[in-house]
Design a protein around this ligand. Structure first.
Ligand code: PMP
Length: 394
């Protein structure tokens, strides 16, 4: 047998060779090997998929609905997505031409980037941000232009966007906005979105919004989409992963203007043919009849958020108030140093709590750590106790 472990660099796609391996994953692996560790590094709900959703898939399997689905998605699913978006943001997307089902929101991001971006194109990425965007953008040969939003409490302002479009982002084709945000939990107010939409129109760029956490917004905050203001320029990405505790099912979707969606759906069909048949029927059930599921989950997350936020602030962590998703992005108190990587490593080794260094989320994340509160209540309580003891003893 030939030795395949020899250096494969020359035959691997050059763009792939230029990508650094996910630091988040590498850090997570290192931390996972520490005995007794409580990991607050994970971006997925600890809750289970509700039974009525599981049963919809089981019924579909038993009915032998196990063939290739239509490439853009089953009509039942496309209708369910269309109705859902109309209920939530008041925009009608035609199920037959303006929506496409994908393998998770991740698959949707891939489809959209591949359909829009040529090598050398610029795309604006407000940071800190979920770092996978950088890798997927670079795979197309395009250039992510980071916009550090720290000074504005992690919200991109219209003035800042304009400034970048007049400067180093000149000629950019698009911007991607995560709302609510991973890692900061920040949610864009309607007035800011409206003004951002004006700038996007004026500069004739396109926007892509990742709204995978749209159902998880807390307190009196309401989720809005850029699609409400520029439906002809925005490509909306979402899915069922986070709202219905369905990360493993892998179902997302894209909605946008017909002309662009044609190309995006074509890419999706090239890459995956169609999303898994019975998974689509589970998503139909979630979107049509799962209205209360995210509400139940939100009650649990919101209590955890308050508990964690209060505890961390007592020992000097600062944060722009998280309003959605299930993350806290906290500034490490200065007396404990500004090196987030070192802080996170020491916290893992000495106190057995895993948090993610902020710098892994791009510019503006240095000196911060991300904590996910999608772990069980018991784990959260124990983790907070350990963090408090750790910083008190530093
Ligand atoms: N977008 C953001 C902002 C995320 O945080 C995640 C998951 N970490 C995803 C997309 C991926 O969603 P999915 O599991 O549906 O691919």
């Amino acid at each position: 047998m030939p030795n395949l472990s020899s250096d494969l660099t020359p035959i691997i796609n050059k763009r792939l060779n230029n990508l650094s391996a996910s630091k988040i994953r590498a850090f997570d692996q290192k931390v996972s090997s520490i005995p007794g560790i409580i990991k607050l590094t994970i971006g997925e709900p600890d809750l289970n998929t509700p039974d009525h959703i599981k049963n919809a898939a089981i019924r579909d399997i038993q009915a032998n609905d196990s063939h290739y689905a239509p490439q853009a998605g089953k009509p039942e699913l496309l209708d369910a997505i269309s109705n859902y978006l109309e209920r939530k943001i008041g925009i009608h997307y035609d199920p037959t031409s303006e929506i496409c089902a994908t393998v998770g929101a991740t698959g949707a991001l891939n489809d959209v980037f591949m359909a829009l971006l040529n090598p050398g194109d610029k795309i604006l990425v407000p940071t800190p941000v979920w770092a996978l965007y950088f890798q997927l953008i670079k795979l197309t040969g395009a250039i992510p232009i980071q916009i550090d939003t720290k000074k504005d409490n992690f919200i991109l302002t219209p003035q800042h966007l304009r400034h970048v479009l007049d400067g180093r982002g000149k000629g950019a084709k698009a911007i991607i906005l995560t709302n609510p945000s991973n890692p900061t939990g920040r949610v864009y107010p309607a007035e800011i979105l409206k003004e951002l939409a004006e700038v996007i129109k004026e500069y004739q760029i396109y926007s892509v919004t990742d709204e995978i956490y749209a159902e998880l917004v807390y307190d009196t905050v309401k989720h809005h989409s850029l699609s409400e203001y520029i439906p002809d320029r925005n490509i909306l990405i979402s899915g069922v992963s986070k709202a219905y505790a369905m990360t493993g099912w892998r179902l997302g979707y894209i909605a946008g203007p017909k002309e662009i969606m044609q190309s995006i759906c074509k890419i999706n069909a090239f890459l995956v043919t169609a999303v898994t048949d019975n998974v689509q029927m589970a998503a139909v059930e979630a979107l049509n009849n799962g209205h209360d599921d995210p509400k139940e989950a939100k009650k649990i997350y919101e209590l955890r958020l308050q508990f964690m936020k209060t505890g961390l602030e007592k020992v000097g962590f600062e944060m722009a108030t998280p309003q959605g998703a299930f993350y806290i992005f906290a500034k490490i108190p200065e007396q404990y140093g500004t090196d987030d990587e070192q802080f996170a490593f020491e916290l893992a080794q000495k106190a057995q709590v895993g948090v993610t260094p902020g710098r892994y989320f791009g510019k503006g994340g240095e000196g911060y750590v991300r904590l996910s509160y999608a772990s069980s209540n018991e784990q959260m309580q124990e983790a907070l106790k350990r963090i408090i003891n750790f910083v008190k003893n530093l």
